[in-house]
Write a protein that binds this ligand. Structure first.
Ligand SMILES: NC(=O)c1ccc[n+]([C@@H]2O[C@H](COP(=O)([O-])OP(=O)(O)OC[C@H]3O[C@@H](n4cnc5c(N)ncnc54)[C@H](O)[C@@H]3O)[C@@H](O)[C@H]2O)c1
Length: 267
């Protein structure tokens, strides 16, 4: 797909879904991948399965809300590989609720997991990425996984939209700063639409519970009707775009937002 030979990547939220597929895709493109997650048993179970299929990854527990765990993770990457070229901030969750019923605590939790984690991750990883970027012409690449709900509003999504919108503009501000500082590190965001993972199905379950949709079938029909390509996105629809942004093929892109939604937000 894209050649990532010689590069080292760290991916967050890799136990399942988009993060797991992204970790596997980057490894298949030739990168050494450190796959991380809060859910240690889920992560190591998934990595064991990948190993049995011939894809080798380095697993590491990382709760992205913890600055201490980030510092230890970057230290472990440096000790194991001596460099870091690619950082994928993917870990996240989706709070579902009407704006007026969403508590300040729930807003804070969404901001902590979905947004602050990206701040801490970039601030902790950039010093090592900067040193690594001096060794290659193309430099380093950070990919922040936002959402179409960081670009447009979604039903019952005030806390989620606020956190993902923050990731969108943080990405551009960090991209500008790192470019102006001559670091040779690019920062871009990816904005998936409806992707067939536990997160999306959990959200649909909550819409069902709150009476926004009537029945699972209605939820699927809603996705198909609102997505011009008329299907759910699959995890490899997103991981391929992340691999592109991680690769030298995108070396003149920084501060860009790449929407991957089957056309959902174009109308
Ligand atoms: N699935 C979709 O439709 C969709 C759409 C747009 C954006 N996204 C975004 O894509 C990313 C991945 O979503 P997914 O659909 O694969 O979700 P998922 O629920 O399948 O996987 C999320 C992973 O993140 C991990 N995680 C959660 N909190 C964490 C923490 N504090 N520290 C470390 N790991 C943590 C979970 O353990 C899990 O393995 C998220 O940021 C999500 O907001 C998903």
């Amino acid at each position: 797909m894209f050649d990532l030979t010689g590069k080292v990547a760290l991916v967050t939220g890799s136990a399942k879904g988009i993060g797991l597929e992204t970790s596997a895709t980057l490894a298949r493109c030739g990168a050494k991948v450190v796959a991380t997650d809060l859910d240690e048993s889920g992560l190591f179970g998934a990595l064991e399965k990948l190993t049995s299929e011939g894809t080798q990854l380095h697993g590491l527990k990382l709760d992205v809300t913890s600055p201490e765990q980030w510092s230890r993770a970057i230290e472990e990457v440096e000790n194991a590989y001596g460099r870091l070229d690619i950082l994928v901030n993917n870990a996240g969750f989706m709070h579902c609720g009407h704006f007026l019923e969403t508590t300040l605590e729930e807003f804070r939790r969404s901001m902590t997991v979905n947004f602050e984690s990206v701040v801490i991750g970039m601030q902790t990883a950039v010093p090592l990425m900067k040193r690594s970027a001096t060794l290659s012409k193309a430099g380093g690449s950070i990919i922040n996984v936002s959402s179409i709900f960081g670009q447009v509003a979604g039903d019952l999504g005030a806390a989620y939209c606020a956190s993902k919108g923050a990731v969108r503009l943080l990405t551009k501000a960090a991209a500008l700063d790192l470019a102006r500082a001559g670091t040779n590190i690019r920062v871009n965001s990816v904005h998936p639409g409806a992707v067939n993972t536990d997160l999306a199905h959990g959200f649909q379950g909550e819409l069902l519970e709150k009476g926004v949709i009537q029945g699972r079938e209605a939820g699927t029909q809603m996705v198909l009707a609102s997505t011009p390509l008329a299907r759910w996105g699959e995890v490899d629809d997103i991981s391929g775009v992340i691999a592109f942004l991680a690769s030298d093929a995108s070396k003149f892109m920084t501060g860009s937002e790449v929407t991957v939604d089957g056309g959902l937000t174009m109308t």
